[in-house]
Design a protein around this ligand. Structure first.
Ligand SMILES: *[C@@H]1O[C@H](CO)[C@@H](O)[C@H](O)[C@H]1NC(C)=O
Ligand SMILES: *[C@@H]1O[C@H](CO)[C@@H](O)[C@H](O)[C@H]1NC(C)=O
Length: 349
């Protein structure tokens, strides 16, 4: 009897990875959106079996309600017609089942609608007015997403001739090129647009959630990286998860979240994977601003940024006994051009 008991204990200790007990419950998200971190954490820890999808829906919905300096949710980032449209994504780490909405009009609860797409349908992504129709059928309210703030932002932009904007030729409001005013819209701390959130339950289940109202003065119809799987976010319970924020037009071309997860799959740490995913973009688009946050299945987290002066991310780590949300500041990577690294090599001879 005693012998049996002992061998059971030994087998138990032997077969569980050392880190399993330490990992989770953990919430990590882009930017100092700490209320969203805490909302997700409360959901995740409401029971040991609670679903990490519910946690990221709680967190991203909180960010939508608080509007996060008008960069998430209704009432911010008006498009070239003055309308606010929303992008959101949820993905489950066990099977990559996902739901997303893109260019959602007239419904404030973008992340909840994304979850409905995942849970109620076999589809992955619904877009535009027809996504609104789907949401209304599920009982969501169709209402204006315009606020006093977004209206005045749009009015001022029109007064300035509709620059800065996203046309290569810098054309103004009525198709005329405004000489010398082709000012590219800058992404920075006050125009960061996206919450990307990662949840890791203590049993190893993971999920990601994304929510964004896109880029200020985007050409109407533009969709960012947030609702695009592999670009805005990606998760696989067997490896970990990554979420991205920043210049979504550039970033989505490089699928950085998928790349980050795949690099961790090869054995890279979250830090190395995040650095490499950001460098891969910066090599081709030297002026891009963006960041990526990665979490391994063991609960290790790290981020890399480029162009952003002040990127930060928020963490609440119950697995490490943290009672509060921590905000971690990230120095942007300086990516050397080929010329610079050549000079460095020469100098070291
Ligand atoms: C939502 O409301 C707007 C404004 O009343 C209306 O134009 C639009 O057709 C509605 N959308 C749907 C899908 O019913
Ligand atoms: C970055 O943060 C520092 C100190 O926290 C502040 O002085 C600086 O203005 C910030 N820069 C930007 C671009 O927001």
């Amino acid at each position: 009897m005693r012998h049996l008991h002992l061998s059971f204990v030994l087998a138990f200790e032997f077969h569980l990875p050392q880190t399993a007990a330490m990992a989770g419950p953990l919430i990590v998200n882009t930017w100092p959106f700490t209320a969203a971190t805490h909302a997700a954490y409360l959901s995740l820890t409401s029971s040991p079996t609670s679903d990490p999808i519910s946690a990221v829906v709680a967190g991203c919905s909180k960010a939508e309600e608080l509007q996060c300096d008008f960069t998430v949710g209704w009432g911010g980032s008006p498009d070239s017609n003055g309308e606010t449209t929303l992008d959101a994504l949820v993905m489950r780490g066990s099977d990559q089942n996902m739901g997303a909405v893109a260019g959602l009009r007239g419904v404030k609860d973008a992340t909840r609608v994304a979850r409905d797409v995942m849970e109620l349908t076999k589809h992955s992504l619904l877009a535009g007015e027809l996504a609104t129709e789907f949401a209304i059928k599920q009982g969501y309210k169709n209402e204006s997403l315009t606020s006093e703030y977004s209206r005045s932002l749009h009015d001022e932009w029109v007064k300035k001739g509709c620059v800065p904007n996203f046309w290569e030729d810098g054309r103004g409001c009525y198709g005329s090129v405004v000489e010398g005013r082709a000012v590219r819209n800058q992404f920075n701390e006050h125009n960061h647009d996206t919450i990307g959130q990662i949840a890791l339950q203590s049993d190893g289940r993971m999920a990601i959630g994304m929510s964004s109202n896109g880029a200020k003065h985007k050409i109407a119809g533009r969709i960012g990286d947030a609702p695009i799987p592999g670009a805005g976010g990606y998760v696989d319970d067997e490896v970990g998860a990554c979420v991205a924020t920043g210049d979504g037009d550039v970033m989505m071309r490089h699928c950085p979240a998928f790349l980050g997860v795949e690099l961790m799959r090869t054995g890279m740490t979250p830090q190395k994977a995040a650095d490499e995913a950001v460098k891969r973009i910066a090599k081709k688009s030297t002026d891009f601003s963006g960041a990526i946050v990665c979490v391994s299945k063991d609960g290790e987290h790290a981020a890399a940024a480029h162009g952003f002066q002040n990127f930060s991310y928020s963490v609440q780590n119950g697995g490490k006994g943290e009672e509060d949300v921590r905000v971690i500041k990230i120095q942007p990577l300086t990516i050397q051009t080929a010329e610079q690294s050549e000079q460095k090599v020469l100098a070291s001879y």
